[in-house]
Design a protein around this ligand. Structure first.
Ligand code: TRP
Length: 450
């Protein structure tokens, strides 16, 4: 008999929180959130975003955890087990695997960039360059083929190695080590940014809402961003939920993870916008914000080389704990449903993702003219997953757990077999059944109409 109560999963609640927070905190918080906010008018976007996280994000994360922990399976196995094998719901699981695959393909491009930028900033090769030259470094790098592909492959390999080490020795351990380091580095960066003269403008931009800049499209973006950032809507948290111990409280665990995620996004804003404004740069410059605008900012500040190295390390760490969660969705499926060995599953999935992901990398260079609906391959992957697949996945998931699964069982899982009072259960259930699906439908429709 094993002495370990949950041999398949995380060994402690703090381990589960850090691992899942690692999956949530990522490029989404430090790269995507700031540029989305920059393009959507600042404070008003932040406010809507926070509302979505609290009102829909946390209940949906709980929903994924319930599905995962109840079934003790990967995302496909979970729907198979809980739906009594009804084929339709199994498709929702497969949908999750496909979405994870697509996200991983484009996400690993930007994750790979961090490696090059860690080397560039650490070796001082960005120091003292004129703004044009900094922009050229980025353009030459991303428009190339060999180096960005190599960086992507290295990042995929690093992720694959962690996943091969398993849930406890790989995912949980890496989360426990890297997440505290990430917070420390982030706080260092905040102090640096806030002590620059002229930083108040940036704080105003971040925290003072201007609702005139808000459009229907930005509300959809805020929702898409909250799903992307919390990793909900396609089964990452179902997989991690299956690793959470039966005695842990799902409600508390979800709140901690969501708050960590929100905190990192806001702190990333605090790092970036005061510095951007202090040096008169453009906050609405889009995906290039952290790779082109920030290096200029670093060049203008005392000890800039050191802080630029810290920043890109931070970005790389955040990306790694997230790519780990993306690969685990796929590998857990291959191991549990297809009965592959963990090593084989990691290797094969990594190679497959690289084949597809390479197109995303090349869409910045040789394939930049391959466009559909006026968007590059990379942009399409991003748009399709964050704005459509994740909200649709989330909608179907709420219909499954809210309408097609017995309420008593949901309550049983959330209250740890009735041992917890679960006072918030009725509120959660109303959000699950009515509010979340309604909000999702409205936002999906308004997004499609434009
Ligand atoms: N949440 C991560 C981020 O903010 C990205 C991510 C990791 C993700 N795993 C996911 C997104 C699963 C959706 C689903 O960077």
């Amino acid at each position: 008999m094993s002495t370990n109560p949950t041999p398949r999963g995380f060994t402690s609640n703090i381990g589960a929180i850090l691992a899942a927070a690692g999956g949530a905190v990522g490029l989404g918080n430090i790269w995507r959130f700031p540029y989305m906010l920059g393009q959507n008018g600042g404070g008003a976007f932040l406010l809507i975003y926070i509302l979505f996280v609290l009102l829909i994000g946390i209940p949906l994360m709980m929903t994924e955890f319930i599905i995962g922990r109840r079934s003790q399976r990967n995302v496909v196995g979970a729907y198979k087990a809980l739906s009594g094998g009804r084929k339709g719901w199994v498709v929702l699981g497969i949908f999750g695997i496909v979405a994870a695959f697509l996200i991983y393909a484009f996400y690993s491009v930007v994750a790979g960039w961090t490696l090059n930028y860690i080397v560039l900033s650490g070796s001082g090769r960005l120091a003292g360059l004129e703004p044009d030259a900094v922009a050229n470094v980025f353009a030459n790098f991303t428009q190339g083929s060999f180096l960005p592909l190599l960086c992507q492959l290295l990042f995929l390999a690093l992720t694959g190695i962690v996943i091969t080490m398993g849930v406890q020795k790989g995912i949980e351990k890496v989360g426990k080590i890297l997440m505290p380091i990430l917070f420390l580095l982030l706080i260092l960066m905040c102090v640096r940014s806030l002590t620059l003269s002229g930083s108040q403008e940036g704080m105003k931009f971040l925290f003072k809402p201007d609702f005139s800049k808000l459009t229907g499209q930005s509300v959809l973006s805020a929702l898409g961003q909250s799903f992307f950032s919390l990793s909900i809507g396609m089964g990452a948290m179902v997989t991690y939920g299956s690793y959470i111990r039966k005695e842990d409280r799902l409600f508390k665990t979800s709140i901690w993870i969501a708050l960590c995620d929100l905190l990192v996004a806001v702190l990333a804003g605090v790092v970036i916008f005061p510095a951007v404004f202090a040096f008169g740069m453009d906050p609405a410059s889009g995906p290039e914000l952290v790779y082109v605008v920030l290096p200029n900012v670093f060049n203008n500040m005392p000890a800039g080389t050191l802080f630029s190295l810290i920043f890109f390390l931070l970005l790389g760490i955040a990306a790694l704990t997230s790519t780990i969660s993306l690969l685990e969705i796929i590998v857990a499926f291959a191991v549990e449903e297809l009965h592959w060995k963990r090593t084989t599953a990691s290797l094969v999935s990594t190679l497959l993702v690289f084949v597809v992901g390479a197109f995303c990398t090349l869409s910045f260079g040789p394939l930049q003219n391959a466009k559909l609906f006026d968007r590059t391959i990379f942009d399409l992957f991003d748009l399709i997953t964050a704005s459509y697949l994740m909200p649709i996945g989330a909608l179907l998931m709420t219909i499954f757990l809210g309408w097609c699964y017995p309420k008593a069982e949901v309550k049983d899982e959330l209250s740890n077999n009735g041992t917890l009072k679960a006072r918030a259960f009725e509120l959660y259930y109303i959000i699950l059944r009515y509010i979340a699906p309604l909000a999702l439908v409205i936002i999906l429709i308004s997004g499609i109409i434009g």
